[in-house]
Design a protein around this ligand. Sequence first.
Ligand code: PSU
Ligand code: MN
Length: 302
Amino acid sequence: MLDLSNEVRKALATNQPLVALESTLIAHGFPYPENYNLALELESLLREQGVVPATIGVLGGRLKVGLTTEEIHYIAQAGNIRKASLRDLPLMVALGLDGGTTVATTMQVAHWAGIKVFVTGGIGGVHRHAEDTFDISADLQALANYNVLVVCAGAKSVLDLPKTLEVLESQGTPVLGYQTDNFPAFYVRDSGLKVDYRIDEISQIINAFKIKEQLGITGGMVVSTPIPVEDELDGDRFNAWLDTILTEVEEKGVHGKDVTPYILGRLHEISCGETVQANRALIKNNLNLGAQLAKAYSAGGN
Ligand code: PSU
Ligand code: MN
C-alpha cells in the first residue's frame, strides 16, 4: 500500500538525507495556484541543498511517498480533496480515495517509510474552548506515537497554546526551540510561552533524537523555530482578525475537520493575503532547518 517514488526509494537505500512534506497544506492550507507554486518551490529548495523531498499524499487509495509534479498539481487544483487524518487512512485505502495528509498522517506514513525529518508550517493542537468542543488535533496523537522530528514554527496561533503544550508534556513529547527560549506562535515569533529546551546546535538535536530511538521511546519531537523577523505579523491585528473568525465559527456551527481550513481560508481573505505571505515565509524558514537536520541525521549525527 506504500508507493515510494524511485527517488525516495534510492535515497532511503543509500542513506541520503530526506525530508517529508505534507499535502493537506497543499489541498487546504493555501489557495490555488499559490499552493502548487509553494509545493514545487519547497521541493526545489530541498534539492538545492542536497536533500531529497518526499511529499506525501493519498491517491487512488495508495499511500504515496514522493508525489510527482503532476500529482501535486492534481491535489493543488482539485478543490474537493479529502483531509486525510489518522482515522481516514484505512478507509481511503479500502475505497481507493484521494486525500491530503495532515501533520498526523504525514508523520505516520513517513514513519512507515523510514523518513525521520518532516517539515510543516505549524502543528495542530488543542483548539480554543476545547473544554466545550473537545477539539484536539490528531496531530498530537501522532506526535505521541511516531518517531519523527517535526520542524515547525510552533503551533498555529489559532489554537490554545498553553493547553497544547500541556498535552504535549503529558504524552511525553519533547518541545525544543532551535536557538530560541520562546515557543513560537506561527505568524508571530513569541507566544509568551517557553520551550522545554533551547538547543543551539543541530548535532545536539540529532543526538537527542537518536538517543530517544535507542531507548525505544516511541513518539516524535517538536523542533520549533520562529518566523523570520521581517515576515512576522502584528500580534494585535492578528488577534482582532482571529476573534472575528472564531465568532463566525461558532455562529455558523463549523466543526470537526472543517474548523482549521475554515479559519485559514478566512484569515487569508480578511488579511488580504498577509497571512498567506507569512505562512509561506515561515515554511521556507522551517525547511532550511529541516534540511540541516536531515543532513546531520544521515551523516551520523555526531
Ligand atoms: N497549518 C497550516 N496550514 C494547514 C495545516 C496546519 O498553516 O493547512 C493543517 C495541517 O495539515 C495540520 C492540520 O495537520 O491543518 C490540522 O488540522 P486539525 O486541527 O483538524 O487536526
Ligand atoms: Mn479538529
